[in-house]
Design a protein around this ligand. Structure first.
Ligand code: FAD
Length: 396
């Protein structure tokens, strides 16, 4: 039987950052994941925009300095509505949010998930008090008043004061703890991939609305001397599947049209990956000796870069509680304090992002006009605009 302070199931971005947070604070950590790091088939082609509070937290953990050279600042957010045109080429209205209106800093910084995951693995490997077990899943959980036991698919058993479930949206540990979830399926899928283009992005992130969901271009550093962006293209499930299977040339033509040609012809610069779009929220964030974080606790559609940024807020609250009550690791009191601190913010953001997604899906002309009208009027009232911008940037 292995023994540790904290056991973490799942070495995705949330679990890995949690492992570093606890191990850097002096806790012994074991983290397990079925992922095999040198398997290219498992590469994540998504990127993540880290908002200001997340950057501060990653700086505190000494993670930021290892990725800052590959992080692209996002200084302007543009929203375009192209819904007046069935062919999706014409811009009906467009508005810009500039981070300089409310802050000296960019809205966020965009980093490729594959590079972030590799950076986190190197940092975990350099921590003598953090053990990463790969190619191994958590398959069972038994919690007692003062200790929890986890069984791994490798046959190992781990004894820990605190177990963190970061094993994703279909979490086994959440199920073993009897915590249920509320899930809403939007019938959409998101394609995520990288492109190069002739026109520089000028650090502007652009969200283009038509129907089926937004088409979002997020700046990346140059790729072999060419301007580059990450794209998240949300469409209804059937259409997304067709786009996924389309041969490259036709796909490039389609996406250039859908982008209203704002960056010139788009060239595919990575494989395409496909993600089902759901919103999901766990009924509670803890049970005896167990805390849920990241997508195990909450999933939102990829709009406004909220998903992982919410997860970093989860980890920060857990870490701060551990520093405040060092003798209380995994106690019901601290886990209850974690839930109280996080649940309201999580519920608000899950509901808010889901509502925005529902509006952005609509092919109904009335809803599209209300969306354009709302955008127009939103910009007339600076106080509302700036407060919403700050909330969107992850401030609470
Ligand atoms: C297209 C797209 C774009 C996005 N863009 C952004 C963005 O810009 N900003 C943002 O904040 N968020 C964004 N998100 C959300 C963000 O990507 C996710 O919130 C984040 O990747 C989820 O990380 P996670 O570690 O919680 O879960 P996961 O990445 O799902 O990790 C779970 C891990 O657990 C492992 N696992 C599974 N079962 C077990 C088990 N039984 N035992 C042990 N391990 C297990 C898995 O192998 C995996 O490694 C985006 C999402 C999508 C779909």
């Amino acid at each position: 039987m292995m023994e540790t302070d904290v056991f973490i199931a799942g070495a995705g971005l949330a679990g890995s950052i949690a492992a570093l947070s606890y191990s850097k604070a002096g806790r012994n950590v074991i983290i397990a994941d079925p992922f095999v790091y040198n398997d290219n088939a498992q590469l994540d082609y998504r990127t993540t925009a880290y908002l200001q509070p997340s950057k501060l937290f990653l700086e505190r953990l000494g993670i930021w300095e290892t990725i800052e050279d590959i992080a692209m600042p996002l200084e302007v957010m543009k929203i375009i509505d192209s819904s007046s045109d069935k062919n999706r080429t014409k811009i009906k209205s467009q508005k810009e949010f500039k981070s300089a209106e409310i802050s000296d800093l960019p809205f966020g910084w965009n980093v490729k998930n594959s590079l972030m995951r590799a950076a986190l693995k190197s940092l975990i490997d350099s921590q003598s008090n953090c053990e990463l077990i790969t190619a191994s899943s958590a398959i069972d959980l038994l919690c007692r008043d003062s200790i929890a036991y986890v069984k791994l698919s490798s046959g190992n058993k781990v004894k820990a004061k605190l177990v963190i479930a970061a094993d994703g949206r279909n979490s086994i540990l959440r199920e073993k703890a009897g915590i249920s979830v509320k899930t809403h399926r939007f019938g959409q899928k998101a394609l995520a991939f990288a492109v190069t283009h002739s026109i520089p992005h000028k650090n502007i992130s652009t969200e283009i609305h038509n129907s089926g969901g937004p088409f979002t271009l997020v700046p990346l550093p140059d790729n072999e001397g060419k301007p580059s962006s990450a794209i998240v293209w949300m469409e209804n499930g059937e259409e997304a599947k067709n786009l996924m299977e389309m041969e490259t040339k036709s796909f490039e033509r389609e996406m250039t049209v859908r982008s209203c040609n704002i960056l010139g012809p788009l060239k595919l610069a990575s494989k395409r990956s496909l993600w089902p779009i759901i919103s999901q929220i766990a009924d509670r964030l803890y049970s005896q000796r167990l805390a849920l974080i990241g997508e195990t606790a909450h999933v939102v559609p990829p709009i406004g870069a909220q998903g992982l940024n919410m997860s970093l807020a989860d980890i920060k609250v857990l870490s701060d509680l551990d520093q405040k009550y060092p003798d209380q690791l995994g106690s019901t009191d601290t886990l209850n304090a974690y839930q109280k601190n996080r649940i309201f913010d999580i519920r608000q953001r899950v509901a808010g992002v889901s509502a925005l997604n529902q509006i952005s899906i609509s092919s109904n002309k009335l809803v599209q006009n209300i969306r354009a009208f709302g955008l127009e009027n939103f910009f007339q009232v600076p106080a509302i605009k700036h407060t919403t911008m700050k909330l969107g940037m992850g401030n609470r």
